[in-house]
Design a protein around this ligand. Structure first.
Ligand code: PBG
Length: 337
């Protein structure tokens, strides 16, 4: 191709930002943000039974696994460099009750799964969810009174038992996702009193009342049977309140704070990062996953590129860690598999 003739003199520019974009080598030298498998946590669903995995209809590529198959998957993930998982049990209706008592059953599915994973792949960091919604007949994260009001302190009393039972099973971190007031401090105290000073707390600190959790509730059959979660999860209109929640959780003993969801809340991630000195996690939630999967299935987007750009944006906003259902795909992309 011939170079077009420049009618006038070249622009007299001292600064030409394009110099640093000339080729891949220069671009990689000045790249400000890196996405690596080291920063990813893979949320996984475990169900009762044997030798089965069932794809979640609204989350193509994500499965509920029985424990035996989950163990195989965890081992494979470890070889791919994914060394942290967030575990969610699928609890059958017959085990649910109003107070979510199954949540602290020492022989419960989550507890058994944690013990089995740590026996098989001790290097894998197992993070357990602390909230009552998979275990309650009404689907709320806490216990309720006769008017359906979610009771804070009564719920925290149960969450403490749940967290301690998970620590006894061998988890590395507990992740309270319930949004009750004061639960981080209460859980820290209970863990310490029971000798689990090394079990960490990944706090869902700024968790919004979001419609993006829909597919996850399909995965766990955990949609609330009445009302919504707005009396405990945060109003999407609020940013300052996120900083207040984060500050409280850090005072109470959170090791890592989290913003959830991620994409509609990149500004919150950014502000949280600027305002605290503990690692910041972001949860790239189920609905964010499903949006990309659906468009990819329709052939409307380049899925791999969209995944990488999306997760990079979460890191650029300030997240140190990302919980994402794309973790395995990212590992495969980064390993060119
Ligand atoms: C419940 C919990 C939810 C998610 C994680 N823990 C759903 C909810 O609050 O209703 C959502 C995760 C996702 O959408 O990927 N304690």
């Amino acid at each position: 191709m011939s170079r077009p003739h420049l009618e006038s003199d070249p622009l007299s520019l001292t600064r030409r930002p394009r110099r640093l974009r000339r080729n891949p080598s220069i671009r990689s030298l000045v790249s400000e943000t890196q996405l690596t498998v080291d920063d990813l946590i893979y949320p996984m669903f475990v169900m009762e039974g044997e030798n089965q995995r069932v794809e979640i209809a609204s989350m193509p590529g994500c499965y509920r696994y029985t424990l035996d198959l989950l163990l195989k998957e965890v081992a494979e993930l470890y070889t791919l460099g994914i060394k942290a998982i967030a575990l969610f049990p699928v609890v059958s209706e017959s085990k649910k009750d109003d107070n979510g008592t199954e949540s602290y059953n020492p022989e419960g599915l989550a507890q058994q799964t944690v013990t089995a994973i740590k026996a098989q792949t001790p290097e894998t960091i197992v993070i357990t969810d602390v909230a009552l919604d998979p275990f309650t007949t009404h689907g709320h994260d806490g216990v309720i009174d006769e008017n359906g009001v979610i009771l804070n302190d009564e719920t925290v009393a149960i969450l403490i038992k749940m967290a301690v039972s998970q620590a006894q099973a061998g988890c590395d971190m507990v992740a309270p996702s319930d949004m009750m007031d004061g639960r981080i401090g209460a859980i820290r105290k209970a863990l310490d009193e029971n000798g689990f000073t090394d079990v960490g707390i990944l706090a869902y600190s700024a968790k919004y009342a979001s419609a993006y959790y829909g597919p996850f509730r399909d995965a766990l059959d955990s949609a609330p049977k009445f009302g919504d979660k707005k009396t405990y999860q945060m109003d999407p209109a609020n940013a300052r309140e996120a900083l207040e929640e984060v500050a409280l959780d850090i005072i109470e003993g959170a090791d890592i704070v989290m913003v959830k969801p991620a994409l509609a809340y990149l500004d919150i991630i950014h502000q949280v990062k600027a305002n605290c000195n503990v690692p910041v996690a972001a949860y790239n939630v189920s609905g964010e996953y499903s949006l990309i999967k659906a468009a990819a299935q329709l052939g409307w987007i380049d899925e791999k590129k969209i995944i990488m750009e999306t997760l990079l944006s979460i890191k650029r906003a300030g997240a140190d860690l990302i919980l994402t259902y794309f973790a395995k795909e990212v590992a495969l992309i980064l390993h060119n598999k």
